[in-house]
Design a protein. Structure first.
Length: 287
């Protein structure tokens, strides 16, 4: 519905002031994005870009879910800049340009009553810092089990489950091993009052909560209330999803903190015989 309304609004705005005999549009199709990464320093090219923020010659054409097809009442050569947009914290009503991706830029020609197809390929901005990057491909796991946890995170190398690479992380919850708590094994130095995001791929039939832990020079610790709860998917019908979690407010809350960790919490749901949570490509990014 939002996409349709944006399209109607865009097309109507172009029609205003145009002569009745001059309304044949060119068509612009923007396909789904692809992300190119340096595997060693930036991790997998997994992304969850849902929207295209489209500009032509510096003028906004609107924001559209990809793939999209929009009318443009113009022709000839133009400069297009397309930003990748995400659902902030996984919420459809909070769509933003992701601050760590470079935009896609191209000069291309429009033709009346014809269609220009663009397939944006983007990269991380050069100044993006990766304070945590766990793809589960190395020998160890970058998470440590918490003191109240009665199960642990393990590797899975089942090709029917793994989406990127050869392995992913897994948490299994049963009637006897029903609680998982764990946090990043390394302490992160994160900036305050600046953009900080957690990127995460997940596939789950059991809810998973995530939050921030702040540590102070005197040894005190502030474990925040979970920031996000990833709801369970239908048992047996789980698919991989990507979420971008905005950590800026939680990190900036702890003035004077010297390091941070990310924690996960899961308690077995009574609606499943076994809780299954798979995670992959866990990144903490900032400037």
């Amino acid at each position: 519905m939002i996409k349709n309304l944006l399209l109607i609004t865009l097309f109507s705005s172009f029609l205003i002031g145009c002569k009745q005999d001059d309304i044949t549009p060119s068509w612009l199709v923007v396909n789904e994005f692809s992300l190119t990464t340096n595997q060693e320093t930036q991790g997998a090219n997994s992304h969850g870009i849902s929207d295209a923020w489209i500009f032509m010659d510096g003028r906004s054409l609107g924001v559209f879910e990809v793939p999209c097809k929009i009318p443009v009442l113009d022709e000839g050569e133009h400069n297009f800049i397309i930003f990748g947009g995400i659902k902030n914290n996984g919420i459809s009503s909070t769509r933003i340009r992701y601050p760590f991706y470079n935009p896609y830029e191209v000069t291309a020609s429009l033709a009346l009553n014809d269609t220009l197809h663009l397939s944006p390929t983007i990269t991380y901005k050069g100044e993006t810092a990766f304070s945590f990057n766990e793809d589960f491909e190395d020998a160890g796991i970058g998470f440590v089990k918490g003191p109240t946890s009665d199960t642990t995170m393990i590797f899975i190398d089942d090709e029917d489950i793994v989406q990127h690479g050869e392995k992913c992380g897994a948490i299994f919850l049963t009637a006897t091993d029903s609680v998982y708590t764990g946090s990043t094994a390394s302490f992160m130095d994160l900036p305050q009052a600046k953009d900080v995001f957690l990127e995460l791929d997940y596939k789950n039939n059991n809810s998973l909560a995530m939050g921030v832990i702040a540590r102070y020079p005197d040894g005190s610790v502030n474990e925040h209330t979970p920031l996000i709860i990833m709801n369970p998917q239908t048992d047996g019908e789980e698919v991989w999803k990507k979420i971008y979690i905005d950590l800026k407010e939680d990190v900036s809350f702890d003035v004077g903190a010297t390091s941070y960790e990310i924690f996960f919490l899961a308690v077995k749901s009574s609606t499943v015989d076994e809780g299954r949570i798979y995670i992959d490509n866990v990144k903490v990014v900032h400037y």
